[in-house]
Structures are given as C-alpha cells and as structure tokens.
Design a binder for this molecule. Structure first.
Ligand SMILES: *Cc1c(COP(=O)(O)O)cnc(C)c1O
Length: 391
C-alpha cells in the first residue's frame, strides 16, 4: 500500500497486503510450518536477524504478518504481535515485559480469566496485582508502589460497561514510571483508539469483534517497537502462535469491522433505550445512554456506545434465568462480538469463579444479564427478550 494518509475504513480493507509471485487479489493463506533458504549463508543471516524474512511459522508467517500489519495500521501502532487467543496476548504482555517482584495495578472490572491469570497464576511467580476502581483515577494513583510496572484496564468493562478515563490513567501511569495497557476488545479500533489517548499497549481478543462472526480464536498486543520486542521474544519461545488459517479469517473480518461496529452500536442503543423503559428492568448499563454514569466521557472517548448492553432484572437470578430460558433467537453463550446476538448471566457463568464477596464488590448482581447485540433485526431481538421479561 502507498503511504497516503488513508482513513480507517480503507486501511481495514487494504492494509498490510503482501502479494506472492502469483499476484493474487485476495490475501493468500500460507499453510506451511517452515520456510526455505536459498543458501547456507542466507539461513545464517535470517537466524541472526541480519536479513528480514520468514524462518519458521511459530514466529513468522506471511498471513499472520498481513493481519498484524493491518491491525497495527488501524490502531496507529508501530507494531502488532498476534497470538493464539486474547488470554495468550495478555499472558505474553506480562511475561515479555515484567519480572518477579514487580507489581500490576488493574481495574477490578476486567475479564474473569484475566483476574484468574493475574491473581492465581502470576501471583505464584511473584507478580502481585492490586485491583482498583475503573472509574476513579485517584485510586490508581494511591495504589502505585515503587515496583509498579503495569496499569491494566478494560474500557468499556465486561459486563457492566464502566468507562475509564484512558487519558487520565495514561498520565498517572507516565508519572509513576508504569505502562498503561488497554484491553480494547469491546470497542475495537473502529470506535476507540487508546494509543491516541496516551496508552502504551493495546490488547485484543481478536476472537470478538475483529473476527466478528464467532469463527476463530485469536489475540494481539500492540505498541511501540521497543515494547513489542519483549512481547515478540516471548511469542518466539513461548509458542502461543496464531495459526495462518485464523489470521486469514481475522483479516477478512477486519474488512467489514467499521460497518459492523456501526450496526452493532445502532441496534444496541435502540435495545438499551427500550430496556430502560421496561417495568421489569431495574437498571440498564449502556455507555450510549444519557443515564450511564460515564456517558459524557464515553461520548468523548468512543465514537459510539458499542454493542454490549447490561441490565439488571427485578427478581434476582430466578427472573434473570427466566429471560435467558425464554429466548428462542438469542444464543445462550458467553461469547460476544458476533453477528449473532448472545445472552449471558454473568454471576453463574463468566464471573462464577469469583467469590460472592468479589462479585458484590464488582457490582455483578444476581439479576444481571449481558446481551452482546448482534446484527439481526432489533425488533426481533427485543421481542425475544420481552417474552421472558413479561412471563
Ligand atoms: C474474551 C475476552 C478476553 C480473552 O480472549 P480469548 O480470545 O477468549 O482468550 C480478554 N478480554 C476481554 C475483554 C474479552 O472479552
């Protein structure tokens, strides 16, 4: 691609394309585990890093490179390193950039598996984590210790869509000598650009909106060349590699990212507005609603409210399960970022490994439901939820 200053929609369709000798139009999928060299000297130069080029698909594959280059262009990052899943990307960030005895300050409203990783696994290897409010930057400042290396936040958060002030957290991280990592899964670069807001690292679960159709697992870490060198070194030896096939699916998904995110957001806003007026609904969390506690910040920081709506049903778990079990259209699955709408009861699924005290602390009520609003007709989605709500 030429170095014109293309918009995101253009980069999503055309960024990062490497063509083979056959001049194919669509991106090629390179299903090969290794690459040949023209001579012993070339092999030596590749292994020493003196000559760029592919070596072995654990750490270099042209299809994966295309996906990394395209996503880096969308996020405005110097470099992207792809992984086999979002969790592999988060693990590699810590393994690549931190060591035993160092400290993470993390939002307490992060993906359940990320909490398990930080507390139960990394904790055993001497990396300690302090959890703070996603919406109170002062708590982050107070939690900083001399050994703090990483701030970790998801915005909007899962499942309550709390919105963090990324620019404010970036400023505190910089003062504290720590890096700010933002899990940009809920917005994708089509709606939010964390590096432009001052973050150092972006994490993606490509499994969600980047693929967008619930087909493959994938992950990515993005940031400066210097930071990504450590992350890449962990990939090269740790081996949590994105497959060429999954990279190809994600490349094709990225082509429609912007139009999909707009459509998800339109449906979600309409659904959230309807839920807010429903007598059986206690409360709705959606960043695009004026009633959302960080609505103004969200509208400054994001293009739209995104595709995730959370709501608390009156009557606790029994009432919430009634809504889930009366769905004929919505899929009962914890996945999100799919063309198909999904419904989850976080307290008994994604957040069930937390203790009841931890859940209460994080604001996850027994009547809480999360809908990842898909691309079906919003009228049909509404009618599906109404059946259980009105029962
Ligand atoms: C799904 C998810 C992850 C983990 O990604 P996987 O691809 O499932 O490993 C991390 N963060 C957020 C916000 C997620 O929704």
């Amino acid at each position: 691609m030429s170095d014109e200053n293309y918009d995101l929609e253009t980069l999503a369709v055309r960024g990062g394309i490497l063509r083979s000798q056959f001049n194919e139009h669509s991106e090629a999928m390179f299903l090969t585990s290794s690459f040949m060299f023209n001579s012993a000297a070339q092999a030596a130069a590749r292994f020493k890093g003196e000559e760029p080029g592919n070596i072995y698909a654990r750490f270099t594959n042209p299809t994966v490179t295309m996906m990394e280059t395209r996503l880096a262009a969308l996020e405005g990052a110097e470099r992207c390193v792809a992984f086999s899943s979002g969790m592999a990307a988060i693990l590699a960030t810590v393994m690549g950039l931190m060591k035993a005895g160092e400290h993470i300050v993390a939002s307490r409203s992060i993906f359940g598996s990320t909490v398990q990783l930080f507390s139960n696994i990394l904790g055993r290897f001497g990396v300690e984590t302090t959890y703070v409010s996603p919406t109170d930057p002062e708590e982050w400042r107070k939690a900083v210790k001399p050994n703090t290396k990483l701030f970790f936040v998801e915005s909007p958060s899962n499942p309550l869509t709390e919105v963090s002030d990324i620019a404010a957290l970036a400023a505190i991280a910089r003062e504290s000598g720590a890096w700010l990592a933002v899990d940009n899964c809920f917005c994708s670069p089509a709606l939010q650009k964390p590096l432009e807001l001052g973050a150092d690292i972006i994490i993606h679960s490509a499994t969600k909106y980047l693929d967008g159709q619930g087909r493959v697992l994938g992950g990515a870490v993005l940031g400066s060349k210097a930071l990504m060198e450590g992350v890449f070194t962990f990939l090269r030896t740790g081996g949590s590699t994105l497959s060429a096939f999954n990279a190809w699916v994600i490349l094709k998904g990225l082509e429609t990212l912007s139009v999909r995110m707009q459509a998800h957001s339109r449906n979600a806003l309409e659904l959230a507005t309807w839920l807010e007026s429903h007598p059986k609904v206690e409360r709705v969390w959606y960043p695009g609603l004026p009633s959302h506690p960080q609505h103004e910040l969200a509208m400054r920081q994001q293009k739209t409210g995104g595709g995730i709506v959370a709501f608390e049903v009156k009557g606790g778990q029994e009432a919430a399960w009634r809504v889930v079990d009366n769905c004929k259209l919505l899929s009962i699955t914890a996945n999100l970022g799919d063309a198909k709408s999904t419904i989850t009861h976080p307290a008994s699924t994604t957040q069930s490994r937390m203790t009841p005290e931890q859940r209460a602390f994080a604001g996850i009520g027994d009547g809480l439901l999360r809908v990842a609003v898909g691309l079906e007709s919003v009228r049909d989605i509404r009618n599906d939820l109404a059946r259980g709500l009105d029962a």
